[in-house]
Each structure stands twice: as C-alpha cells, then as structure tokens.
Design a protein around this ligand. Structure first.
Ligand SMILES: [Zn+2]
Length: 267
C-alpha cells in the first residue's frame, strides 16, 4: 500500500527555492503576470516526503489517494469498488432520476426513474464505467452476462435508454445495488459532517489506506452491497459499493478494465 499526494504550490507559498535546493523535481505551470503553480506527485515512503510534508499548509491543494498491491486486493474478503472510467454525462441533470435526495448534502437518494443517454456510449475497451459523477456503476452487457453465469449476486441490471430512439442501450447497463449493509465504518481519519438541513451525517470520501469495518457489517452471502454510511464532498453524497472477493478475483483474472478497488479490513 502506498499513499500518494499530488500537491500544488503557488508562488505565494514560496517553496521553489526549497525544492530546487533539495533537487526535488516538479511540473511548473506559468500563470498570468509572474505567477506560477508547482505540482509534485509523491508517495509518503519517498525520502523527499519529509521535506514536502511540512510545506503543506491548510489551504494547500493536496489530492490524496492510496494505491494497493494486487496481493493486498486479492487477499481481502471485501473491497470497496469504484469505477475509474467515465462515459460522460447522461442527458439532463442526473439528480432528476432520483428521489428522496437532500438538496444540501445529497444523502438519501434512490434511483427511481430511467436514465437517458445522448447516444450509444463508447466503453473504449472498459468493462465498467460511470458517468462523470462516479457514484454509479455501469457495466458492459457482455460482462454482466458473465457475472450472471458465474452466479455473482447482489445486483440488478437496469436498462439505460438512448434519448433519440427511446430504446435501451444494447452494450451498457446500470448495475443497481440495493442491499444496504449494517452500520460499521470504522472512521480513523475521515471528516464526519452533520447536515443542518436533513440532520443526517456523512463522511468525506474515504481516501487514506484501507476501508475499515467492524465485524458483522456486511452480508456474507452477497457479492454486491452498499455501505450503510454516506460519503461525499459536500452536495453529492453516496453510499459506497462493496464487492466480494469472488467478484474481485473474476475481475482480476479476466483483466476487466475500468475499476478501482480499496481492500476492506475487518477490525
Ligand atoms: Zn442533508
């Protein structure tokens, strides 16, 4: 497991001299006037991290993610699964096809109405995808057929409709996961929020390290289920999709593209 940071410093952060003195390489983007932006991608096990870390202030742009080894992913009983490829946006506002959503934080929504696409999507060789938002899991029809043959359970396929013809897309389906797991997210370093409008709580997106849960959180007989907890960035909270090792290993063996896995640790 490696925790990565993409850090951007502006001219006023005054770090260029320090980076140059330590021979730390960066990408420089020139901005109007004599401003600039310096961007560094670095993992926390890199020797230079001890120099970069103290330079990161509260308002520094620091995008964090975790990369896991194949063995870490293979050995986990559960993984959080996120699509990593986008087919673009559906027609109209994606929130028009859901109900019960808090307008402020997004908690509570359920997919209730058909989703329309402008045209037949191009999956570009990916087995799975999302719209730009990334909270949906879409699957190529031939892959969903394999999942059914392999008796992967816990999901329903829902047609995506092509706006011009009103016919369903033959190549891509919406993978609808309905079962909500028991509460059990073990929060170590993720900020929790209380929505003043709907009075529900939600967490920032989980980014650092494994996703941790308590015992008896997930239903053992299901290959797909949703976390009880909601995660988001402010307005578009969602439940994360959890998948079984059976699905993960099928995806790895078949080299299906378009997915990211975060292995779950049961505390
Ligand atoms: Zn709310």
């Amino acid at each position: 497991m490696e925790i990565w940071h993409r850090v951007s410093f502006s001219k006023k952060d005054n770090v260029k001299e320090c980076l140059d003195a330590n021979s730390i390489s960066y990408k420089e983007a020139l901005l109007p006037g004599d401003s600039y932006m310096l961007t560094i991608e670095i993992k926390e096990t890199d020797a230079d991290w001890s120099i970069i870390k103290p330079l990161i202030k509260l308002n520094t742009f620091d995008f964090v993610w975790t990369e896991f080894t194949i063995d870490e992913i293979k050995n986990a009983m559960w993984s959080l699964v996120r699509p990593s490829f986008s087919i673009g946006s559906p027609v109209g506002n994606p929130w028009d096809s859901v109900e019960n959503r808090c307008d402020s934080c997004g908690v509570g929504w359920k997919q209730t109405h058909p989703i329309y696409l402008k045209k037949e999507p191009n999956m570009k060789g990916n087995a799975f995808a999302s719209f730009h938002g990334g909270f949906e899991l879409l699957g190529a029809s031939n892959i969903i057929q394999i999942l059914k043959e392999e008796k992967v359970n816990g999901f329903q396929e829902i047609d995506l409709l092509i706006k011009s013809s009103n016919l369903s897309s033959p190549s891509v389906k919406f993978i609808s996961v309905l079962k909500v797991a028991n509460p059990g997210y073990v929060n170590i370093n993720t900020k929790q929020h209380l929505c003043p409008i709907c009075n529900n709580t939600w967490f920032d997106f989980h980014k650092l390290g494994n996703f941790r849960i308590g015992k008896n959180t997930f239903e053992k007989t299901l290959d797909f289920q949703l976390t009880n907890e909601w995660f988001g960035s402010g307005r578009a909270a969602r439940r994360e999709i959890i998948c079984s090792s059976k699905f993960v290993n099928l995806a790895l063996e078949n080299k299906w593209k378009g997915l990211q896995f975060i292995p779950v640790i049961v505390d």
